[in-house]
Design a protein. Structure first.
Length: 488
């Protein structure tokens, strides 16, 4: 038994590295004086630790899928690929926080420590194989997020963002736990595979109890990915939080939430049953509402961060659309979309953060005439906006096309039409930024300090995958195809 436990730990190295990194960062932080501003060793240690975690996950890729710690955790290529995406996003956000003026200098190290803690919660969610692990992942991710949202404690909007996030999060977690307790009460197990084995043989009374229980269960996950009707916190929190925090929220919690939704759908609802029909119906309705509400509401926004918040809601809806196609086709499509979404989100928020640091706000007009002052940055932002819209041959087009074609092949025609129409609607607000950058004269000729040579090169490098993924998408899709979900 002890040998088996040690073998389990051997497959859990990335998570252990993150825990060690978080403790190490806390100890290093304790060595600095309160008024000491240059805390570069925190950032150096964080980057080294995150890169080591990335490498450890790569070693897990391609290995035999395995359920560890009495089947509470699953290590497979599906979870490993999503963990890689989350780690890459965290590394980029840690660097962004280093030069961002939107976080107080004395609190930047706290941001890094909390980011690592939230990443641990995201890892738990990606590998969760029972209800308890899932709930621990949700709470680990959520509690630190509430603090992170209100990091600018002297800013009323940031404090309001943290309070709203905590209130909505507490209610949604309670609702989810209430649903989980009913599921356990009826089925007598918290293991995913145990629940899956019993769903096809439910009595009418059991189904009458479990159907609303699964809706309550979905509330907790839907809150994390800002799915309608659990999205109301997202715009206010995204706008009020410091930009590096907003960038982080748009990547790690959302990817982790999508990961657990895919696993739950793929494990619980593979066998035909009324429960499966009800769950797929729920995903269809929520997906359609989420992408529509996100896109329509984004049209009237004047803040770029708020627009990107509604945009991320719509992208969550698109990724949810792949869940109605239970099986490898849907998983492959959403994995490719998640990789593409990572780079599009990072570039958009990097440029927005730098512009906000200069002018003190992120209004659309601040981007006016950017092409005349920083042509490379305007071109990169244009590429991202085109990709988010879904214009070929960029990665965003391929990602949407994969999901759209899969929906049509699976005969979900209504959802496919809604997705296509939403892509057309999104063009209005995405191309609005392009119009301002290219067709309007700049408001000011002052230099934007954040657009130094190094930062411009980093933004260009992060934009390149949008071209590469759009052109060589078949290679990436084949890689995503082997990252199958393990059920045990």
């Amino acid at each position: 038994m002890h040998l088996n436990y040690l073998a389990n730990i051997g497959r859990y190295i990335p998570e252990i590295l993150l825990v060690i990194l978080m403790v190490g960062l806390i100890l290093i932080e304790a060595t600095y004086k309160e008024d000491e501003k240059d805390r570069r060793y925190i950032f150096i240690t964080a980057i080294i630790g995150l890169v080591a975690t990335f490498v450890a996950i790569l070693f897990n890729m391609g290995g035999k899928p395995q359920a560890i710690f009495t089947n509470s955790i699953v290590i497979d290529d599906f979870s490993s690929l999503l963990k890689l995406i989350m780690v890459l996003g965290t590394i980029a956000v840690v660097y962004l926080s280093r030069f961002s003026k939107d976080i107080y200098e004395t609190l930047k190290t706290e941001f890094v420590i909390m980011a690592v803690g939230i990443l641990i919660g995201g890892f738990l969610l990606a590998s969760a194989n029972n209800m308890l692990t899932l709930y621990l992942g949700i709470e680990t991710l959520s509690i630190l997020s509430y603090v992170m949202a209100s990091l600018k404690k002297n800013d009323e909007r940031s404090s309001e963002a943290g309070l709203k996030y905590a209130l909505y999060g507490g209610v949604s977690a309670g609702i989810m736990l209430f649903g989980l307790s009913h599921i356990f009460g009826v089925l007598g197990t918290i293991q995913f595979t145990g629940v899956a084995a019993m769903i096809p043989n439910l009595t009418t009374v059991q189904m009458a109890i479990l159907m609303p229980s699964f809706v309550l269960f979905f509330a907790g996950i839907g809150y994390k990915i800002a799915a309608v009707p659990f999205h109301m916190w997202s715009p206010d929190v995204y706008e009020g939080s410091p930009t590096p925090v907003t960038t982080f929220f748009a990547i790690v919690p959302k990817i982790a939430g999508i990961a657990v939704l895919i696993r739950v759908t793929s494990v619980f609802f593979t066998v035909e049953s009324p429960m499966k029909v009800g769950w797929i119906g729920l995903m269809l309705v929520v997906s359609a509402l989420t992408m529509t509400v996100g896109n329509v509401t984004a049209i009237g926004q004047k803040s770029v961060k708020r627009m990107l918040a509604y945009s991320s809601i719509s992208h969550a809806g698109i990724m949810m659309a792949s869940l109605v196609m239970i099986g490898d086709v849907g998983i492959r499509a959403v994995l490719f979309y998640a990789i593409t979404y990572l780079f599009m989100t990072l570039v958009a928020f990097y440029i927005t953060s730098i512009v906000q640091d200069k002018y003190g706000n992120d209004h659309f007009d601040r981007f006016s005439g950017l092409i005349y002052r920083y042509p490379w940055m305007a071109v990169m932002m244009t590429v991202v906006m085109f990709s988010l819209t879904g214009i070929p041959p960029l990665a965003g087009f391929v990602a949407k096309y994969n999901i759209l074609s899969s929906l049509i092949n699976s005969k979900f025609y209504t959802l496919a039409v809604i997705l296509g129409l939403n892509s057309v609607v999104s063009a209005y607000y995405y191309l609005k930024i392009v119009r301002l950058m290219v067709l309007k004269q700049p408001e000011s000729e002052e230099a934007i300090e954040g657009f130094g040579f190094l930062n411009q090169m980093i933004i260009v490098v992060m934009t390149l995958p949008i071209f590469v993924l759009g052109i060589f998408w078949e290679t990436i899709m084949s890689f995503a195809n082997v990252s199958k979900l393990f059920i045990n």
